[in-house]
Write a protein that binds this ligand. Sequence first.
Ligand SMILES: Nc1ncnc2c1ncn2[C@@H]1O[C@H](COP(=O)(O)OP(=O)(O)OP(=O)(O)O)[C@@H](O)[C@H]1O
Length: 285
Amino acid sequence: MVRIRNLHFGYSKKHPLFQALNLSLDRGHIYGLLGKNGAGKTTLLKNIVGLAFPWQGTCLIDEQPAAARKPAVLEDLFFLPEEVYAPALTAEQFVAHTAGFYPRFSTEQLYEYLEELEVPRGQKLNKFSHGQQKKFMIAFALAANTGLLVLDEPTNGLDIPSKVQFRKILASALSEERCMVISTHQVRDLESLIDTVVVVHNREIVLNHDIDQLAERLTFARGAAAEAPGAFYQGASVGGPVAIRPNEAGAYSRVDLELLFNALTSGDATALHTYLNQPRHESVQ
Ligand SMILES: Nc1ncnc2c1ncn2[C@@H]1O[C@H](COP(=O)(O)OP(=O)(O)OP(=O)(O)O)[C@@H](O)[C@H]1O
């Protein structure tokens, strides 16, 4: 659905942000776009949705250049920025003004999501708290039923119960027809939600892997097992030592996104990269 080829982009000619970046995103998946503050997540999302224009290369949505902002592309695309704008309108008024841009918008779904996220009815949106405004816009974005849904840091400002509800609702809204992209620097917020991890670091995509593939290839070890030699990365957590190792025993271990993110963005991740990028049969003895 999204094809980025040879993307070159920056805000000033002296400081290019992306150089020859490639990325493909398909329907039927929830992608987690992870990166530290300033890594370039928002900028990449803006290029994806056509709000920033590549210096070179292409960002296509269903084979159409995103930057052309064609109506047929826009009606099947929802981009929720990190800072939402809530006008002085009630939910009903907002729907009356905006839903018409999205042919598959469902008012019924919107109210279901609002109820699940415990967003009050009747009040004007600009009188909501920041978290309530964010939850309203998340519900609206989902109810738009677009093929491409891009959420920039959606969990910022949400309390813990709302983050749980957010994950539940998003998982239930995924279908074979939809491609969802969620950016965050709060890695744990996306655990048990995303099926593919994309990590941006130092202006490059340093990882683009399916969670199942990662679980198959890697072991996320804790305690004594984390101290054995041969780890790609070793760190410390409140519960003791932690490490990422090749999965030699073939046992399944839950992917620890935070540990993986730390491994890729701090220190030397060359061995981990090489291992993950080599075909599986080459790494199995
Ligand atoms: N409009 C702009 N003009 C100039 N530079 C910008 C602009 N927007 C972002 N930048 C710069 O581009 C880089 C990437 O910013 P971006 O907002 O894409 O990062 P991010 O990964 O989304 O960060 P965060 O997690 O803090 O939101 C940063 O160095 C930032 O200062």
